[in-house]
Unconditional design. Sequence first.
Length: 175
Amino acid sequence: MFFNRHIKQGKEIGQNTLQMLTSATQATEFDEMGRFKPTKEFFADPYVSGFLINFIGFTITFGLGGGNWSSSKKGECIASALSVIDPYNQLKQILIGNLKVDQEQQKTGLNDGATAIGVIYKTLNENDQDPKYIEAKSLAEEMHSFNSAISLQDSLSSAIMIVTLREYIQKRWNE
C-alpha cells in the first residue's frame, strides 16, 4: 500500500477540487441543489480545462512536495484526481492530446490556475502585478473586514477563486 500512496493522494486532490468546483458553480446550470452536476461540455471548456490541469499539477508540486516525483508517479496521481473530478474523461483526453481546445483560452485558464495555487500555497510574489491577483487582494481585504475570524490568507485564497474560476463560470454559463 505504501507504493500506492500517490494514487490515494490523487483521489484526495480530486475530492478537494470537487469541493472547489461545487462552490465555483453555485447558481449556475451546474448546481443542482448544492451539488456539482457538470456536463461533458464543462470539462471540454478550454479555460476550465487549463485551470484544472494547472491546479491539480501544482497541487502535487506544492501541496504534496511532488516536484521530484517521476513522471509516471505524477501521471498516476493526476489520473487518480481526474477520475474523481471528471466522469466524462474530457480532461484526460485534453491532456493526452486527443481533444483539441482553443489554445489562447486554455492559456488564460492555465495562468489563472497557477495564480490560484500560488496564492493558496503562498508561493506567489506579494508584489505580483497580475490584475486578477490585485483584484483578489482588494476583495480579500473587504471580506476580511466583514469576518475577521477568518485569516486574511484564507480570505485571499477564497477571493482568488472568486475572481478567476467562479467569475469565468458565471460569465460563460450564467448569461
